[in-house]
Design a binder for this molecule. Structure first.
Ligand code: NAP
Ligand code: F7E
Length: 325
């Protein structure tokens, strides 16, 4: 049987890089879409160059999307591209809506016009639950988003469901809770902490300035979560799935453990700074992944404690000062 082709939007992001590795291991032809920039920095996929194909396109541009889908004729499309940083969504709400909400319609429209049999994955988010109306959150929990990002993701989720129901397309929505790794952007809290711990350990930083330490998240490992994306596109019918660990921890817990990994007490280094507090907060998220377990056979494999250790170790290795000969 000929190898399947997957088109990944957002291949330069955290999840795109793990998903590309995962699909290459399964013999896929992997095509990644990147947008034009004046400098080509593709740090997370540098090691995959040669194994994957890179094509140029933008979620803002319908004709580039449709042209790519027609040219590549993928079996599966993973729509991971988005403006994904929640605080930026208050500063750039319209752009966030264009990328993260309408961008989904553009990709779906390209599938609809080229070949309705292409399987489509949408990267939905636990941020849609926002000010949660029940705990834990499952596929039937009503949404109450708390940021322009969360609102845009709600649109992306429902337009995916709508194209499935309107046109019979195979369009699946993965409602993924926070997932992290050493490839996480440094503005997100887990990586900000692991990077800060390494800098403090090496004497490169005195204090780590954070916002709300009491916010709680259900944090998993990105490498485990991309497997769930793929599984969602291998089912007889498209559906929506919550992907989470079912465990929740505070930002403070993350700090405590991360600093303990290098023998330090976070209370001596972490400073609460109002600049990092959000206009509207998502206080608590805990996912119920039982549907994914039952239907996809998916389980998270990485414990929270191991994730923290893995991230701190990676930043210690990255920032280790050169030893004098
Ligand atoms: P990320 O690291 O921020 O990556 C986002 C990707 O989107 C980057 O490759 C970025 O390209 C690309 N992109 C942004 N705007 C674009 C545009 N207009 N056209 C084409 N590409 C564009 O995000 P991630 O953590 O990998 O997350 C992947 C997806 O899952 C996102 O949709 C995110 O919202 C969603 N999600 C993430 C989590 C999580 O915990 N990580 C949880 C739930 C859902 P550049 O490199 O050019 O910026
Ligand atoms: O914040 C608190 C902050 O920015 C987590 C994205 O991938 O996951 C991510 O969104 C929590 C919040 O992630 C700082 O207030 C405290 O309560 O790491 P974060 P996020 O907003 O949960 C979801 C599922 C997505 O879909 C998104 O794309 O940590 N927090 N102090 C801080 N957060 C940041 N960034 N920086 C701080 O200094």
């Amino acid at each position: 049987m000929a190898a399947k082709t997957a088109l990944i939007t957002g291949i330069t992001g955290q999840d795109g890089s793990y998903l590309a590795e995962f699909l290459l291991d399964r013999g896929y032809r992997v095509v990644g879409m990147t947008r034009r920039t004046s400098t080509e920095v593709h740090e997370r996929i540098e090691h995959l160059m040669g194994a994957i194909e890179i094509v140029s396109g933008d979620l803002l541009d319908q004709s580039s999307m449709t042209g790519l889908v027609a040219e590549i004729r993928p079996d599966e499309i993973y729509n991971l591209a988005a403006q994904s940083f929640v605080p930026t969504s208050w500063h750039q709400p319209v752009l966030t809506g264009e990328f993260t909400a309408l961008g989904v319609t553009r990709v779906l429209e390209s599938v609809r016009s080229v070949d309705k049999k292409i399987r489509f994955y949408q990267a939905s988010s636990s941020e849609m639950f926002g000010k949660v109306v029940e705990t834990p959150q499952n596929e039937k929990t009503p949404f109450y988003p708390r940021s322009p990002y969360g609102v845009a993701k709600v649109y992306g989720h429902w337009i995916t469901v709508n194209y499935r129901e309107s046109y019979g397309m195979y369009a699946a929505s993965g409602i993924l809770f926070n997932h992290e790794s050493s490839r996480r952007g440094k503005e997100f809290v887990t990586r900000k902490i692991s990077d800060g711990v390494a800098r403090i350990k090496y004497g490169l930083l005195d204090k780590l300035r954070l916002g709300n330490l009491d916010a709680r998240r259900d944090w998993g490992y990105a490498g485990d979560y991309v497997r769930a994306m793929w599984l969602m596109l291998q089912q007889p019918q498209a559906d929506d799935y919550v992907i989470a660990t079912g465990r929740t921890h505070s930002v403070r817990d993350f700090c405590r453990l991360a600093f303990e990994n290098v023998g330090l007490d976070y209370r001596q280094y972490v400073v609460e700074d109002a600049r990092f507090v959000r206009p509207a907060e998502v206080d608590l998220l805990t996912g119920d992944p039982s549907k994914a377990r039952r239907i996809l056979g998916w389980e998270p494999e990485t414990r929270f404690e191991d994730l923290v250790e893995m991230m701190v170790r990676a930043d210690l290795d990255r920032l280790r000062p050169p030893t004098r000969a």
